[in-house]
Every structure is written in structure tokens, then in C-alpha cells.
Design a protein. Structure first.
Length: 398
């Protein structure tokens, strides 16, 4: 049984980002890192109209710049230069701009396949041992660390196990880590769309009586749509012919980008706020969606996870102890608790505020949007939170 200092279970965007953040430190200290991932990345990036995307906050760009991969990521990223927030049929709208905040962009939208390709290509194979495609079937505490049972019958042990295997983590459940589920009673309908007019780097958050929708700029004049509806209505929209679907979307969004010209494949995901009741144990850390899975309309989930990655790398670098040391892991979590509390709360409150159809709530939303537009300090605070800069800035990575 081979022993590793750190085993990262899940080599998706969060797991690969952690491996990248740790590989310099691991090389300096002689640590070995194992990364186990069930889905092998392709040999090359294949562009697709229907590729799923992630909204990366400006703060995420700063982290990836320190890791040396932003220049590659940005080659296929679309900058969010302005955000227009509105409530259908109501007065009041808020407008955020990168120019006003003094940054090149409020955020960026990048296809997940391209982001993953950039991360995987930046990993040092002399430091990171890949087991891919492979899956950890069992994870159990064993002495000063954890033992991994892989699906091919092989075993490995580690001083620090990092669970980054997604919101439906079976290993998290296997370890008896409870989760708090707060269903929104909503379904997110995801698709890429194209309009007759260029988005010109503008993103839209549009709140309607039937649920909020977001349109984010993508390369090649596409937009990424996240449309939140009641589950039965989402299923109905999913089954509509393209022309009928575009007609309903056009009616909900309006003509700020002209007429809809194309819609790609549609997918539906039930929405629930998931938070693990434990994120650290001796020799164990839970990261990414396995730790907290947020509503997508505010675009905060992956960005929060990357700040967790950043903080964990800093905590391990600052500690003279070996990986898995419980006080070090507790210090990591303490450093991130305020960020997690604010970000989860921000995402949850925005979602609930803009999903209600009551008259008094809609009137309050209009007043709030008008206040954001009229009072620069409020707008600035809102923008900083959206950019992932709402809490104290992190120290540079080692």
C-alpha cells in the first residue's frame, strides 16, 4: 500500500485547483500528492456551442494569476464589464460597472472544459500522482491518516484526505458527516443562447414573478442562461420546441439584446442549499460542493470554493506540522468561516428576496434596486461582494 502525504479525492475544478495551489509547497517540503478522479480529461479542448460554463469573480482571477494560469484561462473567457439588475414589470434597476469599481472586469465567464484543461495542463506530474479514471469506493480513518480503497481493488494511505467529490459525495455520507438541506422548491434550467445583438460584455440579472433568470456573456456572442422556475414549469419548458421556448424566454427577458436567434441543449437541475455540518476532522478536509452547494443565480458557489482552496493552501504553508495536523485544519476553517457565512447568506438572501411574488416584497425589491443605483456606497459594497472581495483579501499563496 503506497502512502501519500495528501490525497485529493476528486480532480474536478476544485480538486485540480487545490493540487495546483499545493504543488510548489509540496515540492519544497518533499510531500507526495495523490489525486483520484473518475472522469479522464480529454487530450485537447473541443469547443462546443453547448459547453457548460462557470462565472469567475474578479477575486478568482487574482488567485489564478498567483497560480500562474490566468493568462491561459483568459484566452477563452468573456469579461463581465457591466451587470444590469432588474425586476420585470417593476420600477427600479441597478447597474454595476467595472469602470466604476476600478477593475478590468467584474468577473469572467469561462467554459468548464477549457478551465479544466488549463488546470490539468499546469499540474506537475513529478509532484502530483494521478489515478484517473479511478474512484475511491471506501475511505476510512486509520491511525495518523486515512486509508483509501479504490475501485480496481488497490489501496493507498494518506496523512491528509481532501474530499472534493461533489455535492452528492457518497464518501461524505459514508463517514457520517451530516448535511443541512434547504430546498428552494425551484429548478434551474440551463442553456446557451444567442441574440441578434452583441452582449458587449454585459450580464443581466432579471427577476420575474415566475423566478429569476441570469444571462452571462460568453465568447462567440453567446450567452449562458440560468433560468429558475418551479419544477413542473421547468419540465414544461424543457420539453418545448426551440421556437416556443425562445418566445417565452424573450417575453420574460425583453429585447435588451434584440431578438433571440438560437438556443442550445437545455438541462434542468433541482436547487437546494447544502451545507456540511463538518468541514474538518483530524486528517480530513471537505471542500467544494461537498462542503457547500449554493443557488447558481448569484454565481458565488465555485468562487467561494476557490477561496477555501486558497485559505487551505495558506494554512498548510504557514504550519510547520505535517499535513493532517488538526490545529492547522481548524485554523484554516476559522480563517474562512466569516467568508463562508457572508457568501452563503448573501446568495441565499438574494435568492429568496427575488423569488417571492408578494406585492410588498416586489415593492421592496424595487426600492432596493433604486437605492443601489442611486447610492454609490451601497452599490460599491454590493459589487465587492459579487466580485468575491467582500471579506478581507487573502495573503499571496506560497
Amino acid at each position: 500500500m503506497k502512502h501519500y502525504d495528501i490525497a485529493i479525492i476528486g480532480g474536478g475544478l476544485v480538486g485540480a485547483s487545490l493540487a495546483l495551489a499545493l504543488q510548489g509547497l509540496a515540492k519544497a517540503r518533499g510531500w507526495s500528492i495523490l489525486m483520484v478522479e473518475p472522469f479522464a480529461p480529454g487530450d485537447s479542448y473541443q469547443p462546443s456551442y453547448d459547453a457548460r460554463s462557470s462565472a469567475l469573480a474578479y477575486g478568482t482571477r487574482l488567485i489564478y494569476e498567483r497560480l500562474g494560469v490566468w493568462a491561459a484561462i483568459a484566452q477563452r473567457g468573456a469579461a463581465i464589464e457591466r451587470i444590469h439588475v432588474s425586476d420585470q414589470g417593476r420600477f427600479g434597476a441597478a447597474r454595476l460597472s467595472a469602470a466604476e469599481e476600478g477593475v478590468p472586469a467584474l468577473g469572467y465567464v469561462v467554459e468548464n472544459a477549457w478551465l479544466g484543461q488549463c488546470l490539468w495542463q499546469a499540474l506537475d506530474r513529478e509532484v502530483i500522482t494521478w489515478r484517473c479514471p479511478a474512484q475511491v469506493e471506501r475511505l476510512s480513518a486509520a491511525g495518523a491518516g486515512y486509508q483509501l480503497q479504490l475501485d480496481d481493488g488497490s489501496q493507498a494511505s494518506c496523512a491528509l484526505a481532501v474530499l472534493a467529490d461533489g455535492g452528492r459525495s457518497q464518501l461524505r455520507d459514508q463517514l457520517g458527516i451530516a448535511v443541512n438541506h434547504r430546498p428552494y422548491g425551484q429548478t434551474a434550467l440551463i442553456a446557451n443562447v444567442s441574440f441578434s445583438d452583441d452582449h458587449a460584455g454585459q450580464a443581466f440579472e432579471r427577476f420575474t414573478p415566475a423566478g429569476p433568470l441570469a444571462l452571462l456573456p460568453l465568447p462567440e456572442r453567446r450567452c449562458a442562461l440560468v433560468w429558475t422556475r418551479q419544477p413542473a414549469d421547468a419540465e414544461r419548458l424543457l420539453a418545448l420546441p426551440d421556437a416556443a421556448f425562445m418566445a417565452e424566454l424573450q417575453a420574460a427577458f425583453g429585447f435588451r439584446l434584440g431578438g433571440l436567434r438560437q438556443v442550445g441543449a437545455r438541462h434542468a437541475y433541482p436547487l437546494v442549499l447544502v451545507e456540511a455540518t463538518e468541514q474538518v476532522r483530524p486528517h480530513l478536509v471537505v471542500l467544494g460542493n461537498a462542503a457547500h452547494s449554493l443557488h447558481p443565480v448569484a454565481g458565488q458557489g465555485f468562487n467561494l470554493s476557490l477561496r477555501d482552496v486558497n485559505a487551505l493552501a495558506q494554512a498548510l504553508a504557514a504550519s510547520p506540522a505535517l499535513p493532517g495536523d488538526f490545529p492547522t485544519l481548524q485554523a484554516y476553517l476559522a480563517s474562512q468561516q466569516r467568508d463562508q457565512w457572508l457568501t452563503v447568506g448573501f446568495s441565499d438572501r438574494v435568492t429568496r428576496l427575488f423569488s417571492g411574488a408578494q406585492h410588498w416584497l416586489a415593492t421592496g425589491r424595487g426600492l432596493g434596486l433604486a437605492a443601489l443605483d442611486l447610492f454609490p456606497p451601497a452599490r460599491h459594497a454590493f459589487a465587492r461582494q459579487a466580485m468575491g472581495l467582500g471579506t478581507r483579501p487573502g495573503l499571496p499563496l506560497p
